[in-house]
Design a protein around this ligand. Structure first.
Ligand code: SAM
Ligand code: SF4
Length: 343
């Protein structure tokens, strides 16, 4: 399929913005480019996963086409995620193709870090500005227990490679789970301070069917903040991403600590994002089922972007007010895995 060039402008189409029924402007997309991963983190995947057949997954050209359309519709920030985006063959091609799009101010990546030692510099050169690396433990045995297949040394080498590559910002993402890794809260922060990078703590979200009781493992960010405040001097940062993260500056360091707290509804009013799965489903909210399927439009109209543009604009009318995650429910709020939707 032919992909439009970098000065992409659909012809005869009025430029328009993505504004939902509540007046929220959507200027941020998260695009999952694969459901596959080399890890099987306990909170994210089942041990035995069946992945999608290749033909049901967006090609990289289709991913690039979608990004260009969203950028045309006013999106200025794109996060590439997965699954593990860097295990997708030729993923670098996509970063290079979209990295220089005028209008795209921030191309960012979420990765488990396993491939970064090899790819960090190329990604930086392609235009990736910032990078989030997921690390839940600094103990190799425990890291393996949480990720089931991960090698901590590889990820630590990946973090060093990312530092050398010169990203504008590197942030660790940590999901804290009671009696799994919550005793490492301070050592993870100390590590971030030593590396002069940021760290965010993510509350575990009830996505997908996995076999541990989330109500008993979920650590509230309010408790984590209280715990950290007794060791570090933290001042609230004004940084806001329009999402669920709130940041605190650690005094006398350049490290910021973020708290991603999906269980508080506070962030939904300012939500500026939508998610696209590797199957081309456009989800209007991480915690709700409202979606439209972009794959048939992509494949039925290979050289006409108007049907896609119309569908994406119309989808703004079904963006929900907010999620309704509830850890006390026996069933997960949303059956799909995070690796499917893209974290
Ligand atoms: N594989 C990459 C990684 O691990 O960074 C990108 C995809 S992963 C789905 C994105 C983020 O989602 C990771 O930081 C991961 O810790 C987080 N995540 C996955 N499942 C989650 C869950 N049930 N609750 C909260 N965060 C989750
Ligand atoms: Fe893979 Fe990321 Fe999910 Fe872990 S959190 S299983 S690394 S997609």
């Amino acid at each position: 399929m032919k992909v439009q060039n970098k000065s992409f402008q659909p012809e005869g189409i009025r430029q328009t913005q993505l504004i939902d029924q509540l007046g929220r402007t959507v200027d941020y997309i998260r695009l999952s480019i694969t459901d596959r991963c080399d890890f099987r983190c306990v909170y994210c995947m089942a041990e035995e996963m069946t992945f999608l057949p290749r033909e049901e997954v967006l090609s990289l050209e289709e991913c690039a086409r979608l990004v260009k359309i969203f950028v045309y519709l006013g999106v200025s920030k794109v996060r590439i995620t997965g699954g593990e985006p860097l295990v997708r063959k030729n993923a670098l091609w996509l970063f290079e193709d979209i990295g220089k799009l005028s209008g795209l101010k921030e191309l960012v990546l979420t990765t488990n870090g396993s491939q970064l030692e090899k790819q960090a510099q190329d990604l930086r050169n392609a235009g990736v500005k910032r990078i989030n690396i997921s690390v839940d433990s600094l103990d190799a045995i425990r890291f393996k227990k949480i990720t089931r297949t991960g090698d901590l040394d590889k990820v630590l080498s990946g973090i060093q490679a990312a530092k050398l590559a010169g990203f504008e910002n590197i942030k660790l993402n940590t999901v804290l789970m009671r009696n799994f890794n919550d005793d490492e809260t301070e050592s993870l922060v100390d590590f971030a301070i030593k590396q002069a990078i940021d760290i965010s703590f993510i509350e575990e979200m009830p996505l997908g069917e996995i076999n541990h009781d989330r109500e008993s493992t979920c650590v509230s960010n309010a408790d984590t903040l209280k715990r950290l405040q007794s060791k570090y001097r933290l001042t609230p940062s004004t940084q806001s991403t329009g999402g669920p993260a709130r940041y605190w500056q650690v005094a006398n360091t350049i490290t910021k600590i973020g708290f991603i707290s999906p269980h508080s509804h506070n962030f939904c009013e300012a939500c500026n994002r939508v998610r696209i799965t590797c199957k081309g489903e456009l989800y209007l909210c991480l915690g709700q089922e409202n979606k439209i399927d972009l794959m048939p439009l992509l494949r039925n109209h290979p050289s006409n972007d108007q049907p896609l543009i119309d569908a994406i604009l119309a989808s703004m009318q079904i963006k929900p007010k907010g999620h309704d995650f509830d850890l006390r429910r026996a069933q997960p709020s949303v059956i799909r895995f995070m690796s499917h939707t893209g974290g």
